[in-house]
Design a protein around this ligand. Structure first.
Ligand code: IPE
Ligand code: IPE
Ligand code: MG
Length: 249
């Protein structure tokens, strides 16, 4: 029997994996606990998956931790999530740094509580020169918010005279997204059994391979990630071309 790790073609790893970490609340409810218990246990999965990506030498891991729409959840759940965010960053930053991981965020972080912003900025500063895994947390993020924001930024450049309308192209749009310096994800995973993208990386997933699993996020571990990567490696990515063209290139 091959070790699961050995079934991966290390020459064809996705450079960027994006994950919609869903199912915390349902997982907790299934055990008769409240939703925050699920979020709390979700942190263990984050730790395990970050470690696995670092070990596999994945370039970028983007984790959808809190969406623009999640602000509309009950006040105490939002407060609990924010506290968890602060304590997790505080507890994990040293380990991230030791493992050469660089932390960054996409999303409207000014909307987060002051303390969370402060912890985040400290963590960015500590890890900014690291050269291993780029861990990107999507916080107060949504694809539509990001696109709207990009439109506003470009409109200002036109207004200021630094950009001509005729010169607005895909590159300019891309550099005005939150993910300006991040390649598009080759693989997007959603846990928790739902088949939707819930406003995540709408522009960037144009050609991503999508992988859905019923496993709830608090139970998602290295073996589940490896299964997703193996599935990804069995797919033919055609980017609009024919299978014959792809196999001959
Ligand atoms: C994902 O789990 C975590 C966040 C969205 C913050 P959920 O909290 O959405 O859990 P379910 O989907 O209700 O089970
Ligand atoms: C998506 O999960 C957002 C995050 C995982 C942070 P949701 O639970 O908010 O998505 P919906 O409401 O099921 O679409
Ligand atoms: Mg959910």
């Amino acid at each position: 029997m091959l070790e699961q790790n050995e079934q991966i073609d290390t020459n064809r790893l996705p450079r960027h994996i994006a994950i919609i970490m869903d199912g915390n609340g349902r997982w907790a409810n299934e055990q008769g606990k409240d939703r925050l218990y699920g979020h709390f246990h979700g942190v263990e999965s984050v730790r395990n998956i970050v470690e696995t990506c670092a070990e596999l030498k994945i370039g970028y891991l983007t984790l959808y931790a809190f969406s623009t729409e999640n602000w509309d959840r009950p006040e105490e759940e939002v407060a609990g999530l924010m506290e968890l965010l602060v304590s997790t960053i505080r507890n994990e930053v040293e380990t991230l740094h030791k493992n050469n991981i660089r932390l960054s965020v996409i999303g409207e972080i000014e909307k987060l509580p002051k303390q969370a912003c402060k912890e985040l900025h400290e963590a960015f500063e500590i890890t900014k020169n690291n050269t291993g895994l780029n861990l990107v947390m999507a916080l107060s993020y949504s694809g539509r918010w990001e696109l709207l924001n990009a439109v506003k930024k470009i409109a200002k450049q036109v207004q200021a005279g630094s950009v001509d309308v005729e010169n607005i192209n895909m590159d300019l749009l891309q550099t005005n997204l939150e993910t300006a310096s991040i390649p598009d994800p080759e693989l997007m995973i959603r846990t928790g059994g739902e088949y939707r993208v819930s406003n995540f990386l709408l522009y960037q997933i144009a050609y991503s391979e999508l992988y859905f699993t019923d496993v709830h996020w608090p139970e998602f571990r290295k073996n589940n990630l490896i299964a997703a990567i193996i599935d990804y490696q069995q797919r033919e990515r055609r980017f609009g071309k024919t299978g014959l063209q792809v196999s001959q290139s």
